[in-house]
Design a protein around this ligand. Structure first.
Ligand SMILES: Nc1ncnc2c1ncn2[C@@H]1O[C@H](COP(=O)(O)OP(=O)(O)OP(=O)(O)O)[C@@H](O)[C@H]1O
Ligand SMILES: [Mg+2]
Length: 436
């Protein structure tokens, strides 16, 4: 496309933008009382002016110039008033700072092949949650380009983008943003009243605007990654604490000597520190899975949530299998043949839970520093849809999240700060283990 063609397209777009602003402004008259009041005031002013035009503008009807003058006034003023009214509607339909925002987007390189940026057509602020919603006419720029440019847009507009989504029409993009001056707190205290009532939703931590939570009915398993000291065990235990308080049966496999787990964990949960015992426990879980399969088939229930909804007093408990530092468990390097066989069997059982556990209410929460392909087999990793990563290097971030965002966005030396696979940053809660 040469410059001339680009110029013609840009001119057409400018005209289209005026039309869009006019339409938005006109619709705004019926939804925004301030805009309606401005328009009504203008119309009143015009009516009054018209009523008293002869005393405001002196028109001498006596001579021929006076008559011509009168005709000019009668013809020109309505045209001027209509043009001014259209300009007023366009003005009312233009979001505050639209030009500036469009120019800033140009600097991020978010442009189409004609070099045009998206056009901001609506902007509104919700006081209750401090969210500014911006609606753009995407100008042919697809949603994926917005997502890929998220960090650039955030920086140039000094906002955090909470959500980027398609509007009601395919060519509309909506950004929900929060001021860049707002920060996620570095320490947040947990209170039991924060526990979600919903079956079976657990809170990961405090995000920018709200708590980040996971519904295990939809996303059954969670993988937590991060370098040493990033807060994996702390987060894992917080999730288990919530599961326990919501009535789940918790199984913990720990091969770091159990130092991270306070006495009460061993008393109240199934606590395993031996690999042979772990295999037995996993076999029991698989048997339970098969038993639940039969129960759900016989009662024609598609999953544990439906079943528990029907049989309130004979409901099935959720079972959570957690392993802190799963790499320690599944690493076969330097092991004897028998031990390798034992690990393969453990791996196989965990894979079955990863593949089939959701409907039967058996969930995995695994934490690790190095979930490389050799240690965390594809069967397990690919079935864990929800992945979070604390501070990490690019390799670890890539392995856990399939991108380098943990390395890019989680500052070094932070503890308890994580990012989810879909880019939400949160701070894990501080809690008292003694409340278990
Ligand atoms: N959400 C949090 N808020 C504040 N501090 C935290 C948080 N989570 C963890 N920490 C601090 O970080 C320390 C290390 O956390 P944790 O033991 O969970 O790290 P880790 O990633 O499991 O390390 P390792 O890989 O060595 O086991 C904790 O002792 C705690 O002081
Ligand atoms: Mg740990």
């Amino acid at each position: 496309m040469d410059n001339n063609e680009k110029f013609l397209i840009q001119r057409k777009t400018r005209l289209r933008y005026q039309w869009l602003r006019f339409k938005t402004g006109f619709c705004g008259l019926f939804t925004n009382w301030i805009k309606a009041l401005i328009a009504v005031t203008y119309i009143l002013f015009v009516v009054l002016f018209w009523q008293f035009k002869e005393s405001i503008i002196y028109i001498n009807n006596e001579d021929i110039f006076g008559a011509a003058n009168k005709i000019t006034v009668e013809l020109a003023f309505p045209i001027i008033f209509i043009a001014l009214f259209a300009a007023l509607i366009i003005f009312l339909g233009t979001p505050f700072g639209a030009k500036e925002i469009n120019e800033r987007l140009l600097r991020t390189g978010l442009v189409n092949h004609a070099g045009e940026t998206p056009l901001l057509i609506q902007k509104s602020y919700d006081k209750s949650n401090c969210v500014t919603t911006m609606e753009f006419e995407s100008n042919g720029i697809p949603l994926c380009d917005w997502e890929n440019n998220k960090e650039n847009i955030e920086t140039i507009l000094n906002v955090y983008i909470d959500e980027i989504k398609q509007g009601k029409r395919r060519n509309r993009i909506i950004l929900n943003t929060v001021s860049g001056d707002i920060q996620i707190p570095w320490a947040v205290d947990w209170k039991d009243e924060y526990l979600r009532n919903k079956d079976f939703e657990i809170i990961l931590g405090r995000g920018l605007l709200k708590d980040i939570s996971v519904d295990l009915n939809k996303i059954p398993h969670i993988l937590i990654g991060g370098s040493t000291g990033s807060g994996k065990s702390f987060l894992l235990k917080h999730l288990l604490l919530q599961c326990f308080k919501k009535g789940a049966e918790v199984h913990i496999a720990d091969f770091k000597g159990g130092v991270d787990f306070y006495r009460k964990w061993r008393e109240k949960c199934t606590f395993i520190m031996d690999k042979t015992k772990l295999l037995e426990d996993l076999e029991n879980l698989i048997n339970e899975l098969e038993r639940r399969k039969k129960i759900l088939t016989e009662t024609s229930c598609s999953n544990i949530k439906v079943y528990n909804g029907l049989f309130l007093y004979a409901g099935l408990k959720r079972i959570i299998f957690a392993c802190d530092e799963v790499a320690e468990l599944l690493d076969k390097t330097g092991l004897s043949k028998e031990d390798k066989e034992l690990i393969s069997q453990i791996e196989n059982k965990i894979s079955i839970i990863a593949r089939q556990g959701r409907a039967f209410g058996i969930h995995l929460i695994l934490a690790t520093q190095r979930p490389d392909a050799n240690i965390l087999p594809g069967q397990i990793r690919n079935n864990i849809d929800y992945r979070v990563c604390g501070r990490a290097d690019t390799v670890l971030s890539q392995i856990i999240l399939d991108n380098t965002k943990a390395a890019d966005e989680i500052p070094k030396h932070t503890q308890g700060r994580f990012i989810t696979h879909d880019g939400q940053i949160f701070q894990g809660y501080m809690y008292d283990e003694a409340s278990l």
